[in-house]
Design a protein around this ligand. Sequence first.
Ligand SMILES: Nc1ncnc2c1ncn2[C@@H]1O[C@H](COP(=O)(O)OP(=O)(O)OP(=O)(O)O)[C@@H](O)[C@H]1O
Length: 247
Amino acid sequence: MTEETAAVRASGLKKRYGSGDAAVIALAGVDVTFRRQRFTAIMGPSGSGKSTLMHCVAGLDKPDEGEVWIGGTRLAGLNDDQLTDLRREKVGFLFQTYNLLPTLTALENITLPFDLAGKKADMRVIDAIVDALGLGDRLDHRPTQLSGGQQQRVACARALAAEPEVVIADEPTGALDSNSSDELLGYLRRSVDEMGQTVVMVTHEPSAAAYADRVLFLADGSIVDEMPAPTADSVLDQMKALEKVGR
Ligand SMILES: Nc1ncnc2c1ncn2[C@@H]1O[C@H](COP(=O)(O)OP(=O)(O)OP(=O)(O)O)[C@@H](O)[C@H]1O
């Protein structure tokens, strides 16, 4: 795999919390590559290390061992300020809780990362994203005036606005009803197919994972399986099989 095709690469990631008898191995040595313009879903039982992997891969947390590269930049070689800049420019975040600032309008929330970085937003890019997400008539609204689905679409627009190297989504549909989930997932899918975005998404839902190009299954801090071209049924079957092995 060349640097050109890898948006994010991680090698030998290990992470342990606590020490002695209370130690928990959250990552047991993970090697993974997220190729550009691909949508990857990460699944696995509770406590299998999904969030820890996402945090290490996004530079929010440091692994005890191993290396992460985002778009060819080695995270371990950066100081805290450089890491903050890299996250702001190269990583878009989407969480279950929308994390919008209540005093700002939808548009101000979308452009906030640019304002914090003292940079000018590319309004052509933002207009296209806002259009695709159907947020055009909501831009002056504050988060409390928006539905959950609309708030998550604003968070999605914010994550995509800087055209990041990768969008890291940690259970982005966890708080949404099924219609809003489908809309958001359909948009993430189109951002990969039509805008060339790279998306990595943690989910517990087979129907959400079916929007991805491949699913990685985690158990006990390791990647134990990988499924290309997933469907909701094939993912569900695989989860059941892994649960049986784990018992
Ligand atoms: N800050 C922390 N301190 C101590 N242990 C932690 C910490 N964060 C995670 N862990 C432990 O590390 C393991 C992996 O946690 P992680 O949150 O990555 O799992 P997960 O697969 O995302 O789980 P879930 O699906 O429940 O969100 C778990 O056993 C968890 O209890």
